[in-house]
Write a protein of this length. Structure first.
Length: 132
């Protein structure tokens, strides 16, 4: 493998790792958003209970619900931004894959050209040697 192809292959490996990292971060944010939604639903369910004991807990639960809502908003914004980063990273990965394919094809054509030239040189040298 020629130097250029080796370099592009290394870049491709890094791009693949970056893609995995971006996907992992997006999955983490989506999981976190789901957990926050469940926590909010649980607090709302407690509010909906008709139990009089919850009266003293309403203020702390309301604060917790507001905090969860703010956190959910933050996670939503981060998720949208991360989705954009994943798209950008996917494009970079595809470009690098195409570049590796092109460099590999160019090297294959160059190798074939060298082999053909060597074959032609050998045939011509053989013909020249047989002339009187």
């Amino acid at each position: 493998m020629a130097d250029r192809t080796k370099k592009v292959a290394r870049i491709l490996k890094v791009q693949q790792d970056m893609q995995k990292l971006a996907d992992w971060r997006l999955a983490t944010l989506r999981r976190e958003a789901g957990e926050l939604a469940v926590a909010q639903e649980e607090i709302v369910a407690v509010f909906n209970d008709d139990d009089r004991l919850h009266g003293i807990l309403i203020d702390p639960m309301a604060r917790r619900l507001r905090m969860l809502a703010a956190e959910a908003d933050r996670v939503k914004v981060e998720t949208v931004a991360q989705e954009q980063r994943v798209l950008v990273q996917s494009r970079k990965l595809k470009q690098t894959e195409r570049l590796l394919e092109r460099t590999t094809q160019e090297e294959e054509r160059a190798r074939e050209r060298r082999e053909l030239e060597a074959l032609l040189d050998a045939v011509l040298a053989k013909r020249d040697a047989s002339l009187p």
